[in-house]
Design a protein around this ligand. Structure first.
Ligand code: UD1
Length: 439
């Protein structure tokens, strides 16, 4: 695994317009793996998670859990987690500030210990990303929560220090808040009902994981989740679902380079909106088996996209689709409704010759005949993937900087693309000083 310093001193060099071919393996889902690792705190026995992706974010989560007393042992894509000896130690701010998912520990810690302190999280710079819905959910379950000096202090009211089941309506179907409340409710006394819950596949994965430890959860994957609290959870051995966003990104890699590629394992139902959009734009997406997709390229037509909570079009695929739309026939309107600051890749795509105008949360994309390679800077995780995709299709050389974003959430993307035939390599600016002006 690279260190943050390596990532900051490296760039990806892509020679564009090389056709891709072959099969690519999809790693475990980042957003599931992160919350499942936190969910393992709910249990004081051994938990084994399989199919863990190799990512900087997962490494950071490992460090955060270790700092609060959890024992972890990772070998390849398997991690053993034992949270028997968790204490009141606060997760270090330096780690938490780099990973929004670190806030996931608050629900399980509160449920297990009756009190906890967690610094407010950091993460991608794609918007304000408050935690008010998480906090209100925990308060409804009987916790006193106050924020002091950037740290959330939570304490369960009453002498028994056990959270109480509650009926919670979420003003917005927040993925993180649904997960926080669901985890806390597994060990609460009585029944918790979450209404207007997020329906993302990662929610269902977390529910399945908790159920494998003995939790009683119904309705995960719909907008109403019912959790009947139990006294304790037991040991488990659980496999993380495939990463639908990595799969979607690689489908676009095929479409943008006009290449035929196959992907597995994937759960096609997790990608329904992405597949529907791709088909509407021209490329065919063929189901080759229950967990296998083939992308057959075709000239790309413009289309409108609006990001929404699942089962709507995912905000985590917006930047990658925009890269594809820059080369489409016609004009498209891309509306970002989930995060307020998630169009920063536009300026970088414009550097490569894209014709895009932004008005508020809407980007108007007019297809151009070609993009030209250029040095570009990744501004967040999915923006970094969009720039790699644009580089694969562009004429000449693209240099993508800011790889610490890419490495947070993609498991060896350049290795997978290289295996498909892409001309892409990571260059250390220390080894190749001609690139040092870019770092
Ligand atoms: C998760 C995913 C992220 C994805 C997002 C939406 C993880 C680790 N990350 O992020 O990749 O882009 O879902 O699919 O799983 N909000 C509030 N108050 C809250 C919580 C959220 O106002 O307490 C707002 C956010 O600012 C945002 C919207 O709700 O505008 C959606 O956020 P949410 O669904 O919570 O996303 P995350 O869980 O942060």
């Amino acid at each position: 695994m690279t260190t943050p310093l390596d990532e900051q001193q490296s760039v990806l060099e892509i020679q564009g317009q090389t056709p891709l071919r072959g099969e690519v393996n999809i790693s475990g889902a980042k957003n599931s793996a992160l919350v499942l690792m936190a969910g393992a705190i709910l249990c004081s026995e051994d938990c084994r998670l399989r199919n863990l992706p190799l990512l900087v974010d997962i490494e950071r989560m490992t460090q955060i859990l270790a700092a609060i007393g959890v024992k972890l042992n990772r070998k390849g894509d398997v991690i053993d987690i034992n949270a028997q000896d968790i204490g009141q130690d606060q997760a270090p701010y330096e780690l938490v500030s780099q990973l929004r998912a670190s806030f996931f520990v608050i629900g399980p810690l509160l449920a297990r210990l009756g009190m906890t302190r967690v610094p407010l999280p950091g993460g991608c710079a794609i918007g304000a990303r408050p935690v008010d819905l998480h906090v209100r959910g925990l308060q409804a379950m009987g916790a006193d929560v106050r924020i002091e000096h950037g740290v959330v202090h939570a304490c369960v009211r009453g002498s028994r220090k056990r959270l109480q089941g509650a009926k919670i309506y979420l003003d917005y179907p927040s993925v993180g808040a649904t997960e926080t409340i669901m985890m806390a409710a597994t060990l609460a006394e009585g029944e918790t009902i979450i209404e207007n819950a997020a329906q993302e596949p990662e929610i269902a994965d977390l529910a399945n994981f908790c159920r494998s430890m003995g939790a009683k959860i119904k309705g995960a994957g719909t907008n109403k989740i019912i959790i009947s609290g139990v006294e304790r959870l037991h040991s488990t051995d659980y496999c993380v679902i495939p990463d639908r966003i990595e799969a979607g990104t690689l489908l676009i890699a095929g479409a943008i380079t006009q290449s035929e590629i196959s992907l597995s394992p994937v759960f096609p139902e997790h990608l329904a909106s992405v597949i529907a959009k791709l088909r509407e734009m021209g490329p065919q997406v063929i189901m080759e088996g229950p967990d296998r997709l083939r992308l057959v390229p075709a000239p790309v037509r413009a289309t409108d996209i609006k990001t929404l909570p699942f089962p709507g079009f995912p905000t985590d695929m917006q930047a990658q689709f925009m890269a594809l739309l820059t080369l489409s026939e016609g004009s498209s309107m891309v509306t970002e409704t989930v995060f307020e600051n998630r169009l920063r890749h536009v300026a970088e795509l414009q550097r490569m010759g894209a014709d895009i105008r932004v008005k508020g949360n809407i980007a108007l994309v007019k297809g151009v005949p070609f993009l030209s390679g250029a040095p570009v800077m990744a501004t967040d995780l999915r923006a970094s993937a969009a720039l790699v995709l644009a580089g694969l299709a562009a004429q000449g050389t693209t240099l993508v900087q800011g790889l610490h974003h890419l490495d947070r959430g993609y498991d060896n993307l350049e290795g997978k693309l290289r295996k498909l035939g892409a001309n892409i390599r990571r260059i250390s600016v220390v080894d190749e000083p001609e690139y040092s002006a870019l770092s």
